[in-house]
Design a protein around this ligand. Structure first.
Ligand code: DLZ
Length: 165
């Protein structure tokens, strides 16, 4: 199934986001490992951004060599964007230092978000095997669409931040 995340948004929230989100500048930072799964995650994020009316030109797309590098690129993007969507896939079998990469990316992205006060949507899949990642990638046959969800979270939080400033 493609676009699974679309079903999870309340229509009322979607209608509010369509009014508030189009003025946001968003960065999508995506790691290069596991191409097919990343294709699903990035497509899901892009689909959400388009759905709430964020213009293609207001989205900056940044390629990270691997998930370990997501935090530093997200940190720089957070300086000049209202929201960052961080996407990556780490598969246990694929890396002998799975825990290090996962915790470095997770802790790093948390730190970036809080210190920069810029929402970072967490679209990092940390999976035991490829099938778990495929199930969450928003591809044909996937149960979930974590790219779409991460973009939704980042944009929704960015619009809420505006109400606080
Ligand atoms: C080295 C590595 C390995 C083995 N596996 C993954 C992976 O499954 N997913 C991912 O996003 N990145 C992986 N990397 C690359 C690291 O994140 C990092 O880019 C390198 O260690 C260089 O710093």
């Amino acid at each position: 199934m493609s676009g699974a995340g679309a079903l999870s948004i309340d229509p009322e929230e979607l209608s509010v986001l369509r009014q508030t989100a189009p003025s946001l500048r968003v960065a999508v930072v995506a790691a290069r490992w596991h191409k097919r799964i990343m294709g699903g995650l990035t497509a899901g994020a892009e689909r959400f951004l388009e759905e709430v009316g964020i213009r293609h030109d207001d989205v900056t797309r940044v390629a990270a060599p691997g998930s370990f590098e997501l935090p530093v690129l997200a940190a720089r993007a957070a300086r000049s964007h209202d929201a960052v969507v961080a996407l990556g896939v780490v598969i246990r079998g694929g890396t002998p230092h799975f825990e290090y990469v996962c915790s470095a990316a997770t802790d790093g992205l948390t730190k970036v978000s809080v210190e920069a006060e810029t929402p970072v949507g967490f679209g990092l899949l940390t999976c035991d095997d490829e099938q778990q990642a495929l199930d969450r990638a928003g591809l044909e046959g996937s149960r979930e669409d974590k790219g779409y969800e991460a973009a939704h979270a980042a944009v929704a939080a960015a619009t809420q931040l505006r109400t606080l400033s």
